[in-house]
Design a protein. Structure first.
Length: 305
């Protein structure tokens, strides 16, 4: 009997909507959440006149319970019938946020904190390199911590995929290496060659001499400074300064991409020990220091033409 009555009420309500299809004039978003009065929300918004149909929905629990709360787009010239049908289907707005490859944890936290549609406070700052840079989807008023957890989960998923029965120390060192590769080049085809340089230097007990590690130290882990590195800054006393210290820094210097992790695991087979950035941000690689110096001089000449 109850189902029959509910069906009858549905027919009455939707019949009303078919006869009186008021429509909105501009596309915009509206947010409806648990505890709000749907009729008052729609009436205040003014998209569908006096919102009489929504008053009926508020008074009919069998229908009201079918409405999904959340953020909706009300399209230009959309009818009441169309909009309520979408509310019954839960066709809410899905937002997205893109975390670029090579962002540090501090940069990620800053980006999330600037996202007005996310709520809450990030409770625990994650370890550097533990968050996976990618595009993440969410709904309005989701928590910032929920995005952090998704990023952690994705990084753990990548690690499970790429590492098989490896020690925690090996995984940590690989992620550190990947983070340096990530900051040294944005070109995918160069990553295995950059990895080979650092692998060869470690084998020869040479310092890595990576500028991004110094920048990480100077910026207190933020990962950016507002000027080119100076000679004095290359002497900055920090365990992250690979001009002063041999081996890897104590932790990653950013959150690396999957491609950089793969390059750290599979460096190119070369005897390269040096590389220098060209004026177009590509790099010239060499295995001899004298050739490396000539490459630097050639770049300077081309830059001054």
């Amino acid at each position: 009997m109850f189902k029959v009555l509910a069906c009858f009420l549905c027919i009455v309500v939707f019949g009303y909507m078919a006869l009186f299809q008021e429509s909105t004039r501009e596309t915009h978003n509206i947010f409806f959440t648990n505890g709000n009065n749907l009729y008052e929300t729609i009436k205040e918004d003014g998209s569908f006149g006096n919102g009489a149909v929504f008053f009926l929905l508020e008074k009919i629990p069998a229908l009201n319970r079918r409405i999904y709360t959340g953020e909706y787009v009300i399209n230009r010239h959309e009818t009441v019938y169309s909009f309520i049908s979408r509310m019954f289907q839960g066709d809410t707005v899905i937002r997205k946020i893109t975390i670029p490859e090579g962002y540090t944890v501090q940069m990620i936290v800053e980006k999330l904190n600037n996202e007005d549609s996310l709520k809450g406070v990030i409770e625990n700052i994650s370890e550097e390199g533990s968050l996976f840079p990618s595009t993440y989807f969410y709904k309005k008023n989701d928590s910032k911590n929920s995005i952090i957890q998704k990023m952690k989960g994705e990084m753990e998923k990548v690690i499970r995929e790429l590492f098989s029965k490896k020690t925690k120390e090996y995984i940590r060192d690989t992620i550190i290496m990947a983070s340096i590769i990530e900051k040294e080049t944005k070109t995918a085809k160069e990553r295995p060659f950059v990895a080979s340089v650092f692998k060869n230097r470690i084998k020869k007990n040479m310092r890595l001499q990576s500028d991004p590690t110094v920048i990480y130290a100077l910026s207190n882990g933020y990962g950016k400074i507002d000027h080119p590195l100076t000679r004095n800054e290359l002497l900055f006393n920090s365990p992250y300064n690979t001009y002063r210290n041999k081996g890897l820094p104590p932790s990653p210097i950013c959150c690396p991409s999957k491609e950089s992790i793969i390059s750290a695991l599979n460096p190119a087979n070369t005897d390269y020990l040096y590389f220098v950035a060209e004026n177009d941000d590509s790099h010239i690689f060499s295995s001899d220091y004298k050739i490396h110096v000539k490459n630097i001089q050639g770049i300077k000449k081309r830059k001054n033409r």
